[in-house]
Design a protein around this ligand. Structure first.
Ligand code: PBG
Length: 324
């Protein structure tokens, strides 16, 4: 046989043909934009480690959400920063809390936009942990579940379309499902952060959400980055407990995990391109070290190619026009 018998380059020569055989195509309607809403501020505050990303007061948040909708983004994931924090995250369960008010205001102005909410205690607790702190500073699992279920219910009551628990306590998907169902919200889906590693790439987010733990770290509840089989176990548990969408994060460091979970489940999978992933690309681009648009498209395509259906990304707004 004459060498080279196979020539894969044949299909790369013509750009039109190259487009026709493209396997992975990003869709604007599968992007989810995270948004931060903060009480007690009167103008948007830029987050230093995340150029282009802001904490918004309520009014500007609603403007931003409707702009996103007009640009073709179908869903937002809301994070709230309250004025009042305490041991038990009380302000997170308040029907007039920062998130509850934000949900109502957005749904009022922009009813079709899918409003997803982060369900977690860390933004609302004075200690910054995602669960209740017990003796010897242990993060207590079961007492946290009541609070998380109450928080998810209050988001649904305010009009949230999807609740997204990000705390990584055991059994929380079941408790949240139960509390939603018992209160008439059988049709509100749960997008669980099923596989969430204890990652340094959440650093910029903790500044944005003012949710850094005041002591210790999150390693007793978030996963060890060395573990692969455990991811399948976490994903299976959340599915059994009633999750409707399984999320994996961070995204780019976990492409293997996204692919593994894709093989295990028939549920839709979401991946979260987290704050540190955003900061790396955004700051390298600012310095002129790489082409931002190309880097964003490449990373999002890789995440989708690995098996994610939905992608939560801080680049949603600036990349959406490229996908048309
Ligand atoms: C917890 C939460 C975190 C993120 C989403 N939900 C941070 C954490 O676990 O400390 C990280 C998102 C990001 O880095 O962009 N409420």
């Amino acid at each position: 046989m004459p060498f080279p018998f196979e020539r894969p380059r044949r299909l790369r020569e013509n750009p039109v043909l190259r487009g026709m055989i493209r396997e992975t195509v990003l869709r604007a309607d599968q992007l989810i934009a995270p948004l931060f809403v903060k009480e007690g501020i009167s103008s948007p505050q830029q987050i230093p480690s995340m150029p282009g990303i802001f904490q918004f007061p309520l009014k500007e948040l609603v403007d931003e959400a409707s702009q996103l909708w007009k640009k073709g983004i179908k869903a937002v994931l809301l994070f709230g920063i309250p004025v009042q924090k305490d041991k038990h995250a009380s302000s997170g369960l308040d029907k007039n809390g920062v998130l509850q008010n934000a949900i109502r205001a957005i749904k009022n102005k922009c009813p079709e936009l899918v409003v997803m909410t982060d369900v977690c205690l860390c933004e609302f607790t004075d200690h910054g942990h995602c669960g209740v702190v017990g003796e010897k500073n242990r993060i207590e699992n079961d007492p946290s579940l009541e609070l998380l279920a109450g928080m998810a219910l209050s988001h649904a009551q305010a009009g949230a379309d999807v609740v997204a628990p990000s705390d990584m306590m055991d059994g929380r998907v079941f408790k949240i499902r139960k509390s939603l169902d018992e209160n008439g919200f059988q049709n509100i889906p749960i997008m669980s952060y099923a596989v969430k590693y204890a990652s340094s790439f959440y650093g910029p987010f903790r500044v944005a959400a003012e949710s850094a733990p005041q002591f210790g770290d999150r390693k007793t509840y978030q996963m060890d980055g060395s573990n692969r089989r455990e991811a399948l176990r976490e994903a299976a548990l959340d599915e059994q407990e009633g999750a409707d969408i399984l999320m994996i994060k961070p995204a780019l460091p976990c492409l293997d995990i996204i692919a593994d979970v894709r093989r295990q489940t028939t549920l839709p999978i979401a991946a979260y391109q987290v704050s540190g992933e955003y900061a790396m690309i955004a700051t390298a681009a600012e310095k002129g070290f790489l082409d931002k648009q190309q880097a964003v498209l490449e990373s999002l395509t890789a995440i989708k190619r690995a098996g994610a259906d939905l992608i939560v990304t801080y680049f949603a707004k600036e990349i959406v026009d490229e996908l048309k």
